[in-house]
Design a protein around this ligand. Structure first.
Ligand SMILES: N[C@@H](CCC(=O)N[C@@H](CS)C(=O)NCC(=O)O)C(=O)O
Length: 224
């Protein structure tokens, strides 16, 4: 069995971070292929066979000749392979909340995602948030609070040990840092734990080694 994950730039690609963290969390050996997004060759590259099943999107995981795309599907495909408990809480009530939070992250928070793009290269000074981003931040931190208080006493992460929900929210943690978004103490401690997780440290190291700049994802360009 050979697992290969195709991802975008580690500085910018939030969905890639989720897929890659899932691959690391599986504990299985895998090959990583970084495809720089939105460069001059991207329009052509995204049509290559490795990106065909996902319609040119990353992340995409190949298990030999079997493609899986969409970050949440990658998590569940790998959980099926290595055992659900590595990704999801064992307790039914905890898992019900975890599944709901992961799905809400996958489908929602459009304002935060569009107005505060992932960019590991920067920590910007704080600025007033739009009401829409403020509402996303409130919703996310209230869910974190609920998970942590009800089910997360046994470890540093939302449900104790690191798992699928932490993977899904990891790019949010980086956005809170990049945009210096003020957080309540529980959320702030949780963000520190995710940021310091060994997989995140490895990802950040990879990001620090990248030179690609995608102008449309830089704050100055957004404001021009
Ligand atoms: N819902 C997908 C989102 C995938 C996605 O939009 N990936 C972006 C990069 S973060 C992408 O591939 N963009 C390149 C393109 O659309 O050409 C997931 O969960 O993986």
């Amino acid at each position: 069995m050979t697992l290969s994950i195709y991802i975008g730039n580690k500085v910018y690609s939030s969905w890639s971070l989720r897929g890659w963290l899932a691959a690391r969390q599986s504990g299985l050996p895998f090959k990583e292929v970084v495809a720089p997004l939105y460069d001059d060759s991207w329009a052509e590259r995204r049509q290559m066979p490795e990106f065909e099943p996902s319609n040119g999107k990353v992340p995409i995981l190949w298990d030999d000749d079997k493609p899986v795309w969409e970050s949440l599907a990658i998590i569940d495909y790998l959980a099926d392979k290595v055992g659900r408990d590595r990704f999801w809480p064992a307790d039914d009530a905890a898992r019900a909340l975890a599944r709901s939070m992961a799905s809400e992250m996958h489908a929602g928070y459009q304002a935060l995602r569009s107005q505060c793009g992932m960019n590991l290269r920067h920590v910007y000074p704080p600025e007033p948030l739009t009401p829409e981003v403020e509402a996303d931040v409130q919703r996310i931190t209230s869910l974190w609070d609920q998970a942590k208080r009800r089910f997360g006493q046994g470890g540093d992460y939302l449900f104790g040990g690191f798992g699928a929900v932490d993977i899904m929210f990891a790019p949010v943690v980086t956005r809170f840092r990049t945009y210096s978004i003020p957080l309540p103490s529980l959320a702030s401690d949780y963000c520190a734990a995710v940021w310091d997780h060994p997989f995140m440290v490895d990802w950040s190291r990879g990001a620090a080694g990248e030179n690609w700049v995608i102008e449309k994802f830089e704050r100055a360009a957004e404001k021009a």
